[in-house]
Design a protein around this ligand. Sequence first.
Ligand SMILES: Cc1ncc(COP(=O)(O)O)c(C=O)c1O
Length: 376
Amino acid sequence: MIRLTVPQISDEECAAVERVLRSGFLVQGEECEKFEHELATYIGCEETVLVSSGTAALHLSLIASGIGNGDAVIVPDFTFPATANVVELVGAKPLFADVHPNSYNINAQTIQNVIDNWDGSEKISAVIPVHEFGCPAPMTEIVKIAKKYHLKVIEDAACALGAEYDEKKVGTYGDAGCFSFHPRKVLTTGEGGAVACNHHETVIKLRALRNHGIRLDQSVGGFNMPGFNYRMTDFQAAMGRVQLIKFNAWIEQRRFIQKLYHEAMRDLPVRLPDTINGHSWQTYMICLPDEINRDDIIRKLLENDVETNFGAHCLHMQEYYQRTYPEDIKKLSGNTSEKLFNHGLALPLYQGMTEEDVMTVVRSLKKVLDSFKTLG
Ligand SMILES: Cc1ncc(COP(=O)(O)O)c(C=O)c1O
């Protein structure tokens, strides 16, 4: 079976985790502190704040940015639901922007469309661009339009550690950059996440919010605000530190595999994703022709020992959002995000995948597509 993804855990990660487990210092020890510094150096930001997941990173970033009741936040319609769920959870309203059909990301135009069509009472206060599947969103134009309308920019770089836009790492363009270290991501700590931030006052708030509201930089009476327990453990951080050393080489391998796929699928009747500079290829999603049922293809490929999946979700198709915002949702019916959800197919991609694996996937896909043609 060629798996969709395989987390890369070697003896080095196991030894690092064991060392922490045997040390007796499982949380709030020096591994987290060191990982935060190393991550900030890697990303090229002033500071990072480790948290328990990508969702926690987004949640805290919204709270630290003062987003709440009475606010509306622009999010992509095509993403993982956590991007919009956190907006709901702080009492604000998500507004769904459509994405580009080949990059799968929002841009200044799709943000402008939302602003132009908005006539609700909430104030549009922020935008959360997602760097979907590791593809850098066009941050220069997004920051420009955000400035024009006084919007906070919180980058959802959950899938995009290592991706670059204009030779600068994503997650460094906005007010905060949020990362996930879930096993489906290239660097994993089991569960985990981080916020990258260049504003020290915001970092202080983020650190307090992740740790019950305690200000560790104040000597007494440090419970400064109500907070969560969104901390990362030290053994997770130890694992992350080992992975970070190998990370650049991993991205290069993934870029190589993507090129192999692109070359091998040239003549297949599928739409390939944009090969934008700086893409870190957390996921390689192609689009199948409209007349083909994507779920049938997933099933048939599995029978051929190839594991695939849909790419990301279309938020306006989710039951909660349909029920909560029926009027807004009606206007989005049939948009690009809906098509990408219905026809997107994520192919296996992980470092360590061989050239022969890639060819097997493409041969199987061709065979399955041909069999549908014959049936048709
Ligand atoms: C775009 C995006 N945002 C946020 C998240 C949430 O990250 P986590 O699973 O670490 O909470 C994910 C996870 O898949 C994601 O893909």
